[in-house]
Design a protein around this ligand. Sequence first.
Ligand code: V47
Ligand code: SF4
Length: 381
Amino acid sequence: MNLNQTEQQQLDLITRKVEAGERITFDEGVFLDEKVDILTLGALANQIRERKNGNFAFYNTNIHLNPTNVCVYRCKFCAFRADLKSPRGYTFTDDMIRERVQEARTTGATEIHVVGGLHHQKKFDWYLNVVRVIHEEYPELHIKAWTPVEINWFSFMTKKPTRWVLEQMMEAGLSSMPGGGAEIFHPEVREQICEHKADAESWFEVHHEAHNLGLRSNATILYGHYEQAKHRIDHLCRLRELQDETGGFQTFIPLAFHPENTGMSEIHKPSGLMDLKVIALSRIMLDNFDHIKAYWIMLGEKTAQTALSFGADDLDGTVVHELIYHDAGAKTPEGLTVEQLHRLINEAGRIPVERDTLYRHIVREGADWSVGEPILTSAAS
Ligand code: V47
Ligand code: SF4
């Protein structure tokens, strides 16, 4: 690391702030992103990670359901979507949903992760029914569904406020919201990659409303394309602001851009170093988020495992039936077993803990499970 004297002083100040648990500013974040080497970033982030979550590394037993890939939007980074008449397009029937839920039950999944396209011809009731069918089939299963992009679309279709849409979904069985649709909030980048879909203000409005209704949610960033340091740090600062207000975010998930089969295929996939840098910066900047997730599906198992020493404390889960990254060229397996997750975590010198979506300890015997005591880390609230 070649820092001049002023820069070294700035790094020393940031190091003291991290040690004291103080907030890092936007300018300091951009400085860390642009100037500071990965090992220094990793050490700072690891300090925070261990203060918040000790030596634990969390995972969950989950399954994905993308009920349709047909989508009215055309986000440039998306390889998953299909046109209405495309032979690639598919839409789940109720029976197909029930079959997926049965699979979740037999494998002992505690969570189903549901996101998909905005189908040209499906009304709000169809989406509501997806949640209802899952809930009726397996009421104990936690339904983490729909991004603000979808909620915003439902609100547009029904001409009802976001709050009404969320209340209907909660009544049908929705338990929390995933972090997608965030991409990069800054309009300089957002307009290049997904100009038509819900903007940053709408994304925040939906999460704000969800938190007010008592729903917990996640947040993401899509990095490794046209964005620069200032856009990444701006993204993190905006999330930190809402979290100060509501405390409703549970975990932050950096998502590495996968270029294959997308409208941005000229871009190279981010390097392992870039992946670790974004994990570390997220941990350093998001002082009010309890958890940072290294999503092994898109990082690959090796980088995800390494990320457990660079700020991450969670690997997501078994993730059966993932499509969004695999359509975009991810070479990771279609799912990991609990044994494989344990091995990755143990090898990293961490203690594996199975959690539910709300970060409560899962007590398990094969496919039978129950929610145990809260996990006591310094961050546990
Ligand atoms: O919003 C789409 C991203 C997101 C690509 O909350 C891509 O636990 C990389 O929200 N390359 C949806 N990323 C996925 C998502 C998610 C994933 C894992 C865990 C959680 C959680 C949420 O996937 C989209 C977009 O940012 N995405 N295409 C691509 N080619
Ligand atoms: Fe549609 Fe979502 Fe893909 Fe955008 S990212 S095209 S909204 S499926």
